[in-house]
Design a protein around this ligand. Structure first.
Ligand code: AHG
Ligand code: MN
Ligand code: MN
Ligand code: MN
Length: 332
């Protein structure tokens, strides 16, 4: 029966947050509440993702976002759900979203936190029923609480994050997050509407046998990247590329591997966005013992210059990232 199921699958996210409350640098419960607000929206987006084909919410929304991408209906729906949850929660004063041109000031004058979010990652996979995700970063505001939002609240390097996480809407729905004290994974039990701890203290294998890159752009890679991928092929490594960053990242985090999105002609600074894709995953991978680099420096040390700036991203097992960085230097 459901009660025994609840106990047989471990502890709920709520119980875990309470247990870990003392880990939070600002143990006032607001960060816990903020995480709960995000999880509430994730449960709603999960349900809508699972019904997309039935509820006519698949397909294009009919507008282009600031990225120049054709927004999918679920991009827009997920964005609204997370913005609404964070606005109502009261803990967040400002949001940077992939789907919003400018910073959204929530007018929460008591809000101590800023959130950067990719509401739906892997949008090209929505209509073909392949895993998609949500990625989020959480910062403390730097300017006085209640004062107008300032650039220094928003343009913080990734090393300033107080928490980061992702939701993976896959064969099961998982939440993986860190508050700077390690990485923990939770699996959603639909029948109970709860996330249960399923992957405690995730450690990224130091090396791996999987590389993830869009081989279609091979002719555009810089020499160091091409040389590294060639060496992967000579070592008969496995090529695995889903086209949803969250899904590729999650597999490599658990099994060992490296995900690469280098500079290309179309995206000379890389395709992935620093504030709401690279920084969150970089915080998580480092907390799990892995690495994240733009080829020249640690992702978490990059000083943001603009909201939607892109970055090359090499992320995963520490030894594999170091190897690519060496190859880039050797061939530069
Ligand atoms: P988003 O759907 O949030 O815009 O992100 C898409 C990203 C990432 O999820 C994925 O790994 C990458 O784009 C795929 O890019 P290519 O199709 O160019 O390989
Ligand atoms: Mn997009
Ligand atoms: Mn994305
Ligand atoms: Mn997105």
């Amino acid at each position: 029966d459901q009660t025994s199921l609840a106990y047989s699958v471990g502890i709920t996210l709520d119980r875990f947050i309470k247990l870990k409350q003392s880990d939070f640098p600002f143990a006032s419960g607001e960060l816990s509440q903020l995480l709960r607000d995000i999880v509430l929206a994730a449960k709603i987006v999960n349900r809508e993702t699972n019904r997309a084909g039935l509820a006519n919410i698949g397909g294009a929304f009919g507008q282009t976002n600031v990225q120049g991408e054709e927004q999918q209906k679920l991009d827009v729906i997920a964005n609204i759900r997370f913005m609404r949850a964070l606005s109502k929660g009261g803990e967040v004063c400002a949001i940077v979203s992939e789907e919003e041109d400018a910073v959204i000031d929530l007018q929460n004058n008591s809000g101590k936190y800023v959130v950067a979010i990719d509401p739906l990652d892997g949008s090209s996979n929505i209509d073909v029923n392949i895993s998609i995700g949500t990625i989020f970063s959480i910062y403390r505001r730097k300017s006085p609480i209640g004062s107008p939002i300032q650039l220094k609240d928003i343009m913080q390097p990734g090393r300033e994050q107080v928490a980061a996480g992702y939701v993976l809407y896959g064969s099961s729905t998982m939440l993986v997050y860190t508050t700077g004290c390690g990485v923990n994974g939770f699996t959603y039990e639909n029948s109970l509407g709860e996330f249960f701890l399923s992957h405690p203290d995730i450690q990224a294998p130091k090396t791996g046998n999987i590389y993830s890159i869009n081989e279609g752009l091979q002719l555009e890679w810089e020499k160091g990247i091409a040389a590294y991928i060639q060496s992967c092929k000579e070592r008969k490594m496995q090529s695995r590329y889903i086209g949803s960053l969250v899904a590729d990242f999650h597999r490599n985090l658990l099994k060992g591997g490296i995900y690469l999105y280098p500079a290309t002609q179309k995206n000379p600074s890389g395709k992935l966005r620093l504030l709401y894709e690279a920084n969150a995953l970089a915080f998580i991978i480092e907390q799990a013992g892995g690495k994240a680099s733009d080829g020249k420096q640690r992702i978490l040390d990059v000083q943001p210059e603009s909201l939607h700036q892109r970055t090359p991203l090499l992320i995963g097992s520490a030894q594999m990232v170091e190897e690519v960085e060496q190859s880039v230097v050797l061939h530069s």
